[in-house]
Write a protein that binds this ligand. Structure first.
Ligand SMILES: Nc1ncnc2c1ncn2[C@@H]1O[C@H](COP(=O)(O)OP(=O)(O)OP(=O)(O)O)[C@@H](O)[C@H]1O
Length: 274
């Protein structure tokens, strides 16, 4: 089966052709340089630079209000919908500058999963095929294959006994969140952003989502905002610590938790949390 990877200039999905290379593990999928953001006069992101790599999970951590969600909103351009908001800076996707791209073109390559599951009020299969259909994919076999592939990827296929015609709203919160991840992955984004995706979930559902993200990271770069330091430690390869709208520290998760505990985490979070 052809793989659907992106939309061409006429808005029709194109298929990944034989021989077209997938991004190499460790290659930069998302590069941000000098990112600034304001809400009105309030300067909330100050010269943020970071790199997220294919095959790796990057956790963004930092105290409440330090600008984590605003950073994700800049990356998928939803900040442009907020009244009085503006941003500047360079963003490259797979090495290509996105300056001049439409928000839709960016979102085609950068998926976003929010804190609260946001399934569309349709069937499970319709949720997964929604973006593919919008991009002109009509072949039933292709759409069915995408549904099965994504449901298997997020561990829902067996749980649903393969029945994807049920309403997405009948699923539990954890299942809905995994469906939202499946929906985002269906268009094979180079980057998947997640904003506190487990904060509304119990331990078992959190664990299921984390397993899904570990598998998904094999094909894209994952950037996850989390307040949960234990989750960052379990899940991430790399960490960016933010404070007051700036990057306070960046490095590997092992470096942070094994060697920079007192110098980085304690000043940010205080001793109570650690
Ligand atoms: N739509 C908005 N309009 C005005 N100010 C905003 C808006 N969204 C966020 N802010 C402000 O921008 C700053 C950064 O907010 P942001 O939500 O990005 O932080 P955060 O680190 O994600 O916080 P939290 O961890 O509590 O979710 C905060 O001071 C917040 O009050």
């Amino acid at each position: 089966m052809d793989e659907i990877v992106s939309e061409n200039e006429t808005g029709v999905a194109r298929a990944k052709t034989a021989g077209e290379a997938s991004p190499a593990q460790g290659s930069p999928a998302l590069e941000v340089a000098g990112l600034q953001a304001w809400y009105g006069d309030r300067h909330v992101l100050k010269d943020v630079s970071l790199t997220a790599r294919t095959g790796r999970i990057l956790a963004i951590i930092g105290p409440s209000g330090c600008g984590k969600s605003t950073l994700l909103a800049c990356l998928n351009r939803s900040i442009e919908l907020a009244e009085g908001a503006r941003w500047s800076g360079q963003v490259r996707l797979a090495g290509v500058p996105t300056q001049g791209w439409t928000a839709d073109k960016v979102r085609e390559r950068v998926g976003l999963v929010m804190q609260k599951p946001t399934p569309f009020p349709f069937s499970i299969e319709r949720n997964i095929t929604y973006a593919l259909r919008n991009r002109g994919v009509r072949k039933r076999a292709q759409l069915s294959a995408a549904v099965e592939q994504q449901l298997r990827a997020v561990g829902l296929y067996d749980e649903l006994s393969g029945d994807a015609r049920r309403s997405a709203l009948e699923l539990s919160g954890g299942q809905q969140q995994r469906l939202c991840i499946a929906r985002a992955l269906a268009v094979e984004p180079g980057v998947l952003l997640l904003d506190e995706p487990c904060s509304a979930l119990d331990i078992a559902s959190t664990s299921a989502v984390e397993d899904v993200l570990r598998r998904a990271a094999k094909t894209c770069a994952i950037v996850i905002v989390t307040h949960n330091l234990a989750q960052a430690r379990r899940l991430a390869d790399d960490v960016v610590c933010m404070s007051g709208g700036e990057v306070a520290w960046e490095g590997t998760v092992d470096e942070l938790f094994e060697r920079q505990h007192n110098t980085v985490l304690r000043p940010l979070y205080g001793s109570d949390l650690l």
